[in-house]
Design a protein around this ligand. Structure first.
Ligand code: P6P
Length: 335
């Protein structure tokens, strides 16, 4: 297979699906990819320079902010602001979205990201990642009337979504609504090359992924649903795989099939994962790859967020596995 870079693949895709593209999205993706290469470099050197550990500050989520979290967020905000393709940026690390001043170069895209998902794994060398979700600016909003509320749109309206995975290799997996493609960073030339064209998630997988430590906090439907994977009556049990980084757990689910399961519990009544920059982008990818994503009551992509940091339960992965879990939610009447 000839070497195809991520930008070459994007331009070819636009020729087919978006012939009137202005180049703004290409510019955005170029600067997003550059940001990820910079973050990847620092993640891979983290053990060698004094960048491990916490800054000592607490973010809007009430979580310890790791030094790499701050670096990743600052890198992304700077590159997105200077791309000229973006009018607003929302981040897990920022209480409110950043709006590009009207007198600075700006474009019609809005981007939300979790700059370094899985940060609790940074110091122990486990895969972490950057998750992104891209919308077009609401057309009915004049630039000077852009407000955080105007940006709260359902995941169905995403124009693109994906993630960078900083693991055994650095990967980019994303979709613009025409299938899901994976690219692997070839550090010798500094390019992401197409390695996983047209990813399709198997209808049934070998694994399920959940934090069993919270079992006693789950409602009965969630407990029964997970038990059907761990203690099935008439077939071998599924293997449990749980990394604790959504990007790593979802990437395995996307490629190998299975179920990722983070339901609400008595400590997280609305779930733990954030809708705008974790669940929605992963749901966009899952559905583009033939999978499903729900909160136990409704399709993730149909949820209208009341605010940027709203949380949601997440049941995502192989279509048949998600359907099987939903049977327990429907039987229990908890949907
Ligand atoms: P728990 C990481 O902090 C994260 O936001 C996701 O990446 C991950 O899937 C989840 O939280 C892990 O949560 O409660 O199992 O540690």
């Amino acid at each position: 297979m000839s070497e195809v870079t991520a930008i070459e693949h994007l331009i070819a895709s636009q020729r087919r699906w978006s012939p009137h593209a202005t180049g703004q999205f290409t510019s955005l993706m170029h600067d997003l990819i550059l940001s990820a290469k910079i973050i990847s470099r620092n993640v891979n050197q983290a053990g060698l320079v004094d960048i491990l550990g916490s800054t000592g500050s607490i973010n809007v989520q009430g979580e310890q902010v790791q030094k790499l979290d701050t670096f990743a967020n600052n890198t992304l905000v700077y590159r997105m602001q200077s791309s000229g393709a973006v009018c607003a940026v929302g981040s897990e690390e920022m209480a409110e979205p950043f709006f590009v001043p009207e007198n600075e170069p700006h474009g019609h895209y809005v981007i939300f990201f979790d700059p370094l998902d899985g940060s609790s794994n940074i110091d122990v060398g486990v895969s972490i990642g950057t998750i992104f979700s891209i919308y077009r600016r609401p057309d009915d909003e004049n630039y000077w009337e852009l407000t955080p509320e105007a940006l709260m749109r359902p995941g169905l309206e995403q124009v693109a979504a994906g993630y960078f995975l900083y693991g055994s290799s650095t990967m980019l997996v994303y979709s613009t609504g025409h299938g899901v493609n994976g690219f692997t960073l070839d550090s010798s030339i500094g390019e992401f090359l197409l390695t996983h064209p047209n990813i399709q998630i198997p209808r049934v997988g070998k694994y399920y992924s959940a934090n069993h430590g919270y079992y006693k906090y789950w409602n009965e439907a969630a407990q029964q649903a997970v038990t059907t994977f761990s203690l099935p009556e008439n077939r071998p049990p599924r293997s449990l795989r749980y990394v604790g980084s959504l990007v790593a757990d979802f990437h395995r689910t996307l490629l190998k099939g299975g179920l990722f399961f983070y339901p609400e519990d008595s400590n997280h009544p609305n779930g733990k994962l954030r809708l705008m920059y974790e669940a929605s982008p992963m749901a966009f990818l899952a559905e583009q790859a033939g999978g499903k994503a729900t909160d136990g009551k409704m399709r993730i992509l149909e949820k209208v967020p009341p605010s940027i940091h709203v949380r949601t339960p997440l049941i995502i992965g192989s279509a048949d596995d998600v359907d099987q879990v939903m049977e327990f939610y429907q039987d229990s009447g908890s949907n």
